[in-house]
Ligand binder design. Structure first.
Ligand code: CMC
Length: 430
């Protein structure tokens, strides 16, 4: 890290020099690690709005420019010219693969798509109507009970096998969570299909009929996976890193990431967005919901709008919108009421000064739900699909953290506002 610059913090009559690092892109970073030792104070940054929790070489976001780069490559080029497994390779190993490297990687992933057969009993232990995300959190966490030979994080070979297993098995787990939920037989993976086509087949095929993968839907599915592959230190990725900082095994760490992703402010937003469009129902009710979103006393927010980092536009949303148009066109859908509401809502919100001033615009989740619904997925599958796509990002960040010789257990401090020392009072005296 280049650090010829420094900042001086005056605390009472004491000056503390803090090194400043210049990243290859993005704002400079002030290193405050010695602040407590030298100044006896903590910093306070709930929500990490000004805090870099680690250094990383994987993904860069410029929120003002609406730029998202994976290992330097812009997301629109990757979504347009590459495909998900190639992007997985890029995220995991840092460079685009040669033809031979890609072939080898695809073969390694394909060779791990099946689940341990005893995991079917584990699936069957869930309540019949369990949300697929609940099943995913449980099943992925339980992988550490089925794959003991890849839980030792000190062994690079085991780390590699765990990474490949997670990427390979996540579509099978997500599809089976869906099949269990709708009461259909599990469909086993077919290794002659590509990653996205295989997932579609495992979700939509039934043993009683032939299923042919539609190449345009498979391409759209692959693009959804690619657009969600990584997003630097977001809430779920930070959760994975924090869980991993204690030395937890990879399956437990990824299960923690899935749990965090589930929330409606994060990966759950695509489901929440479609449910919101359903609740709005007809375009004439849009003003009522816009008014609610603007009302400070109403907790309602426009789901699929706004982003912590993007303050201009979400580059993933631009590609996703194009994909939505292609898929809806292919499927001949132009009279879907939710689509009508979505289009009008987008228009009304973008023209409203409230949203312009607060830099709120549609994010990736606003459009992904529309495509996924058109493809036949119920809303409860939207977040599991996000989770399976993001698995490679979580793993890449997890691997990066383990390879960092300086990594420590994550242990934030606090601004304590509670009672100070007091004596216990016996119950009869209270
Ligand atoms: N609708 C209405 N007002 C909003 C919205 C919204 N969707 N998002 C933010 N605001 C307002 C908010 O009320 C606040 O107003 P004020 O300054 O008057 O208090 C201001 O904008 C800033 O909001 P914030 O909560 O401080 O911003 P944040 O950076 O902490 O939150 C967010 C980012 C994504 C959680 C938030 O915009 C949100 O809740 N959006 C809806 C959920 C959503 O679509 N999430 C998906 C994010 S993209 C997928 C992913 O990466 O996970």
């Amino acid at each position: 890290m280049a650090d010829n610059k420094s900042a001086t913090l005056r605390l009472g009559d004491k000056d503390i020099d803090l090194p400043i690092y210049s990243p290859t892109a993005g704002p400079d970073v002030v290193d405050i690690r010695k602040l407590y030792a030298e100044g006896g104070v903590f910093t306070y940054d709930p929500g990490f709005t000004s805090t870099a929790s680690c250094d990383s070489t994987i993904t860069f976001i410029d929120g003002d420019k609406g730029e998202l780069l994976h290992r330097g490559y812009p997301i629109d080029q990757l979504a347009g010219k590459s495909h998900y497994l190639e992007v997985c390779y890029l995220l995991l190993y840092g460079e685009l693969p040669t033809g031979a490297e890609l072939e080898d990687f695809e073969a390694r992933v394909t060779g791990h798509t099946m689940l341990h057969e005893q995991m079917t009993f584990f699936f069957r232990g869930f309540r019949r109507d369990a949300h697929p995300m609940a099943i995913m959190v449980g099943v992925v966490g339980a992988m550490s009970a089925f794959y003991h030979d890849s839980t030792d994080i000190a062994d690079p070979w085991q780390r590699e096998v765990a990474s490949i297993r997670l990427i390979a098995k996540m579509p099978t787990i997500a599809a089976w969570a869906y099949k269990f939920w709708i009461g259909q037989p599990f469909i086993y993976p077919r290794n002659d299909l590509d990653y996205a086509g295989n997932f579609l087949r495992m979700c939509f095929a039934v043993p009683a009929e032939e299923y042919e993968v539609n190449p345009i839907l498979s391409r759209a599915m692959d693009r959804i996976f690619t657009l969600h592959a990584d997003h630097e230190q977001n809430a779920s990725t930070s959760t994975v890193r924090l869980a991993s900082s204690s030395g937890a095994n990879p399956f437990a760490c990824i299960a923690a990431g899935i749990a965090c992703l589930w929330g409606p402010a994060h990966g759950g937003a695509n489901q929440a967005c479609l449910e919101m469009l359903e609740e709005i129902g007809t375009v004439d009710r849009i003003p009522e919901f816009i008014a609610r979103a603007k009302d400070r006393d109403d907790p309602f927010r426009l789901m699929g709008f706004g982003h912590r980092v993007y303050k201009n536009f979400d580059p993933r949303a631009t590609v996703m919108k194009q994909s939505a148009d292609e898929v809806l066109d292919l499927l001949g859908i132009d009279d879907n009421p939710k689509l009508q509401v979505a289009k009008e809502l987008e228009k009304v919100a973008l023209a409203d000064p409230y949203f312009a001033e607060k830099k709120l615009f549609p994010n990736v989740d606003f459009y992904s739900g529309i495509i996924l619904e058109a493809m036949g997925f119920p809303t409860s599958m939207f977040t599991p699909i996000f989770a399976l796509s993001r698995t490679v990002g979580w793993i890449s960040q997890w691997k990066e953290q383990l390879d960092d010789p300086e990594h420590k257990i994550g242990r934030p401090r606090q601004l304590y506002q509670g009672a100070t020392l007091r004596d216990y009072v016996d119950v009869e005296d209270r």
